[in-house]
Design a binder for this molecule. Structure first.
Ligand code: GLV
Ligand code: MN
Ligand code: MN
Length: 414
């Protein structure tokens, strides 16, 4: 068992510094992917990696990759998370896992522990949903899940992702060919805050994730007719806004019909946006989540039908696009067992968890065996400025990450 403790002061200082690399015009700690602040955040993480002794590079998809060579070379254990946030987000989502992984490197070096495996640390580009309808973009690029249709996706201004990427120093052609060779990656681990209330409620210090939720994202476009709000009688309108509003309610009722299922319409836009004009266009973007892949497909079918009906009965046309269709991901059983043993060895209370949040770990799971370690979130709050995890709760998570790496390094040697 390792008796090495993470260093509170440096984690605290780095967390505090990252919190300054944020958009001061937005609430909370906003560092959205494809922004200047996001570039600064990933640069800062890269500088920490270098100071920790890693050889670093940025791949063609903006992922920052650092390597600590092992004794045997060749075989790799990968750790990682993200530094981008949602608009109005918090200081811990993703960041905990990035700083925690870098702390593991420092602790290994300071204690003269040389792993057999190379240790690879990844700060994934663009984990949170961007304006083009994608999330986990960096990990999708690493695992070969992007193509020309990804680059052709547009935001609400009609700009394509291919046009936006160069502002973040990413060449669209290189983006398409930035797959990572996972042949020698024996395991991937992500430390993350829970973002929900279960650990706090149950009094457990460590969550061992068993399954990551499935997520379907949609974008529905409604086209009606622009008219005067005072002179156009209700019976002759083709109000795209009303069709969109009916769709928002359909998302809610479909999600309420499942078990542990969720449905959210997080974005809606009307055009023109004027109080005295009937909307000609409306766009709704939202998602379904849940532990059952077949339910998610059924929810997508039902929503497509409901949005079509909302449009039809108003003389509006509707097009719907499912921009992501990620099945639930069961995590690797032996890795989950190793995390549990590591937490037990360290005397930490633990609980098996379902993750209702999406993670890069879920994408990487297509390529190697994956495990996730959760630490508690105060009041279960996340994706909001109030998101908080006390350092006393973060540090045990880093200890479990280190102990799990040491155990996997021994057991996955051959
Ligand atoms: C990622 O944070 C997600 O669950 O949307
Ligand atoms: Mn998030
Ligand atoms: Mn996250």
């Amino acid at each position: 068992m390792s008796t090495i403790s993470p260093v509170r002061e440096r984690f605290d200082a780095e967390l505090t510094h990252l919190a300054t690399l944020t958009d001061s015009t937005r609430p909370g700690w906003t560092r959205r992917a494809l922004s200047e602040e996001d570039i600064a955040g990933r640069d800062f993480a890269r500088s920490l990696m270098r100071q920790a002794g890693l050889t670093t590079r940025v791949d063609g998809a903006g992922n920052v990759i650092g390597v600590l060579p092992g004794r045997l070379g060749g075989r790799q254990i990968m750790l990682g998370s993200h530094t981008d946030t949602v608009d109005g987000g918090g200081r811990f989502d993703g960041i905990t896992g990035v700083l925690g992984a870098i702390e593991v490197v420092r602790l290994l070096r300071e204690n003269d522990i040389r792993l057999d495996h190379d240790l690879v640390i990844v700060v994934f580009f663009n984990e949170e949903p961007n304006d083009f309808g994608f999330f986990c973009l960096g990990s999708r690029a690493m695992t070969g899940l992007v193509d020309r249709s990804t680059l052709a996706a547009t935001d609400s201004t009609g700009r394509t992702l291919a046009q936006a990427l160069p502002d973040s120093g990413i060449d669209p052609e290189e983006f398409l060919t930035s797959g990572f060779d996972f042949t020698n990656v024996t395991a991937f681990l992500e430390l993350h805050i829970e973002q929900g209330p279960e650990l706090e409620r149950g009094g457990a210090q460590i969550g061992v994730v068993e399954t990551i939720t499935g997520i379907n994202h949609f974008r529905a476009l409604f086209t009606g007719r622009q008219d005067h709000a005072g002179t156009t009688s209700m019976s002759v309108r083709a109000d795209a806004g009303c069709a969109a509003a009916g769709t928002v309610l359909a998302v809610e009722s479909i999600a309420e019909s499942g078990t542990n299922t969720r449905g959210t319409s997080g974005q809606i836009r009307f055009t023109p946006e004027a109080v005295n004009v009937v909307s000609e266009n409306a766009v709704v973007e939202g998602e379904f989540r849940g532990p059952d892949g077949s339910w998610l497909h059924e929810a997508a079918r039902r929503l497509t039908e409901a949005a079509g009906q909302e449009a039809d009965r108003r003389g509006v046309t509707m097009e719907i696009e499912w921009t992501t269709d990620d099945a639930p991901v069961p995590l690797n059983q032996p890795i989950t067992a190793t995390i549990t043993e590591a937490a037990a060895e360290l005397g930490l209370s633990r609980s098996r968890m379902f993750s209702g949040a999406g993670h890069d770990a879920g994408i990487i799971a297509a390529k190697t065996q994956v495990g996730m370690i959760f630490v508690p979130s105060v009041d279960g709050r996340s994706h909001c400025p109030e998101e908080f995890t006390a350092l006393d709760d973060v540090l045990p998570g880093i200890s479990v990450l280190l102990e799990t790496v040491l155990r996997l390094d021994g057991s996955l040697r051959h």
